[in-house]
Design a protein around this ligand. Structure first.
Ligand code: ZN
Length: 470
C-alpha cells in the first residue's frame, strides 16, 4: 500500500518533470537566440580549434595565454601612456593657469597706470587752464604796457610843446622887458633934457600935467604889459610842470605794469615747467602702458600656445583611448574561452540518482514524443550545485518555467544549464572554476520536487550531458 503510493508519487513526479521539460522545449527557441549570437563561422572555427586542441592542446593554450599576456601588457602600456599624457596635460593646464594669472595681474597693474594717467590728464588740463590764464594776463598786460608807453610818449610830446610855449612866452616877456627897459632908459636919459623941456615947453600946467600923465600912462602900460608877460610865462611854466608830473605818474604806472609783466612771465615759466613735467610723466606712463600691453600680448600668445599644446595633448589622449579600446577588444577576442575538454565535475555532489534522463520520451498524458534535454539529479533542497567546469556565468536569473537558473559559458560554444535552484550564489559576468558552488538545489519554476536539472548546450543546441559527465 505504502509502496504503491510511492510509485504513484514517482509517476506524478515523472509526469510533472516531463511537462516541465516540454515547457523548456517551448523555451528552447529563446535560448537558441542567445546561442545564435555566436555565428556559424565561429562555430566552424571552433570546430577547427577543437581539432587543434585535441592534437596540440598545450601548445595552443600557451600561444593563447602568451597572446593575452601580450595584449594585457600593451593595455598597461597604453594606460600608462594615457596617464603620462594626462599628467602632461595637467602640467600644461597649470602652466596656462599661471600665465593667465600673470595676465590678470598685468591687467590690474596696467589698469592702475591707466587710472593714474587719467588723473594726470585731469591735472594736465588744470595746468593748461592756469597757463592759458597766465598767457591771457600777459597779453592784457602787454596791451596795457603799450598803452602806458603811448601815454608817456604823448606826455613827452605835450611837455615838449609846453617847453616850446614856455620858451616862446619867456622870449616875449624878455623882449617886452628889454623894450620897456630901453624905453625907460631912453626916457631917463631923455628926462635930463626933455623933462625940463616938457616943463618949460608946456603951454600950461594942464598941458604939463597932461604930458606927465601921458608919460606916466606909458609907463603904466609897460608895467601892465610886463605883468601880463610874467603871467603868461608863469602859466606856461605851471602847465609844463603839470605835464611833467603827469608824465611821472604815467612812467610809474608803466613801471608797475612792467613789474607785473615780470611776475606774470615768472608764473608763465612756472606753469610751462609744470606742463613739461606733467607731459614727461604722462609720456612715461603711456610708455609703461605700452610695455604692459606688449607683456600682455606676449602672455596671451603663450596662452594660445598652451591651448594649442593642450588640444594636441587631448588629441593624443583620445588616440590612446581609441588604442586602449582596440586593445581591449583584441583582449576580449583573445580571451574567448576555449573549453579545455575533459570530464565535467558532477554538479550535484554525492547525489547520483537520476530521476529523469536525457532523451526522447512519450509524454505520459499527451502521448506525444517529447525531448528531455537534460538530466534530472534527485537531490535534497539546499544541497550544493557546483560549476561543471571553468567558465563565465552568462545568466543567473529566474523564469517561471526554469525557476532560479544559471548558465555557464565554458568556451568553444559549450554552455551548461542548471535549473530549479532554491538559491543562486553567483551572478552574470562572474568567472567560476570547476567545482565552485554556484547555488543550492531547490524546486523553483515548473518542478514537483527538489532536484537539479542539468543540461549541456553545444553550438546552440542541447546535447547529451553524459558525453561530458562520463
Ligand atoms: Zn528535467
Amino acid at each position: 500500500m505504502r509502496n504503491k503510493t510511492f510509485i504513484t508519487k514517482k509517476m506524478l513526479l515523472f509526469v510533472l518533470c516531463m511537462s516541465l521539460c516540454m515547457a523548456q522545449f517551448i523555451l528552447l527557441p529563446a535560448v537558441n537566440v542567445y546561442a545564435d549570437e555566436d555565428n556559424d563561422d565561429d562555430d566552424k572555427d571552433n570546430d577547427d580549434d577543437d581539432k587543434e586542441d585535441n592534437e596540440d592542446r598545450s601548445s595552443s593554450e600557451s600561444d593563447s595565454s602568451s597572446e593575452i599576456e601580450d595584449i594585457k601588457r600593451q593595455i598597461e602600456e597604453s594606460k600608462s601612456a594615457k596617464e603620462k599624457a594626462n599628467q602632461t596635460k595637467s602640467q600644461l593646464a597649470s602652466g596656462m593657469a599661471s600665465v593667465q594669472q600673470i595676465i590678470g595681474s598685468l591687467q590690474t597693474e596696467k589698469n592702475n597706470v591707466v587710472t593714474y594717467v587719467a588723473t594726470l590728464d585731469a591735472a594736465m588740463e588744470q595746468i593748461q587752464d592756469d597757463l592759458d590764464a597766465v598767457n591771457e594776463s600777459i597779453s592784457e598786460n602787454e596791451a596795457q604796457i603799450e598803452e602806458a608807453k603811448l601815454s608817456v610818449e604823448k606826455a613827452e610830446e605835450a611837455i615838449d610843446k609846453a617847453e616850446k610855449a614856455l620858451e616862446a612866452a619867456e622870449k616875449v616877456r624878455q623882449d617886452g622887458y628889454e623894450n620897456i627897459k630901453d624905453q625907460v632908459k631912453f626916457m631917463y636919459l631923455a628926462s635930463k633934457s626933455t623933462f625940463l623941456e616938457i616943463l618949460v615947453t608946456s603951454e600950461s600946467v594942464s598941458d604939463l600935467l597932461n604930458r606927465t600923465h601921458y608919460i606916466s600912462k606909458i609907463m603904466d602900460y609897460d608895467k601892465q604889459k610886463l605883468e601880463e608877460y610874467a603871467e603868461v610865462v608863469k602859466e606856461a611854466d605851471e602847465a609844463k610842470q603839470k605835464l611833467e608830473d603827469n608824465k611821472l605818474i604815467l612812467e610809474e604806472k608803466q613801471k608797475q605794469l612792467e613789474e607785473r609783466q615780470e611776475q606774470l612771465e615768472e608764473k608763465q615759466a612756472e606753469a610751462q615747467g609744470k606742463k613739461n613735467d606733467m607731459s614727461d610723466l604722462i609720456n612715461a606712463k603711456e610708455a609703461e602702458i605700452g610695455q604692459y600691453n606688449a607683456a600682455i600680448g606676449t602672455k596671451e600668445q603663450q596662452v594660445k600656445e598652451y591651448q594649442a599644446m593642450i588640444a594636441q595633448q587631448d588629441a593624443e589622449i583620445a588616440a590612446i583611448e581609441q588604442a586602449i579600446r582596440s586593445q581591449q577588444a583584441a583582449l576580449a577576442e583573445a580571451s574567448r574561452r576555449v573549453y579545455g575538454g575533459g570530464q565535467f565535475v558532477w554538479p550535484a555532489p554525492k547525489y547520483t540518482r537520476i530521476s529523469d534522463d536525457y532523451g526522447m520520451r512519450t509524454h505520459p498524458t499527451l502521448g506525444v514524443q517529447m525531448m528531455h534535454n537534460g538530466i534530472d539529479m534527485a537531490a535534497p533542497s539546499g544541497s550544493p550545485i557546483l560549476a561543471a567546469a571553468d567558465g563565465t556565468v552568462i545568466a543567473a536569473s529566474y523564469s517561471s518555467s526554469m525557476g532560479n537558473y544559471i548558465m555557464i559559458d565554458h568556451g568553444s560554444d559549450i554552455i551548461t544549464v542548471y535549473m530549479h535552484a532554491s538559491s543562486l550564489s553567483v551572478s552574470a559576468g562572474q568567472e567560476v572554476s570547476a567545482g565552485d558552488r554556484i547555488g543550492s538545489v531547490g524546486s523553483t519554476g515548473r518542478s514537483t520536487g527538489p532536484h537539479l536539472h542539468f543540461g549541456v548546450r553545444k553550438n546552440g543546441a542541447y546535447v547529451n550531458p553524459w558525453t561530458y559527465l562520463k
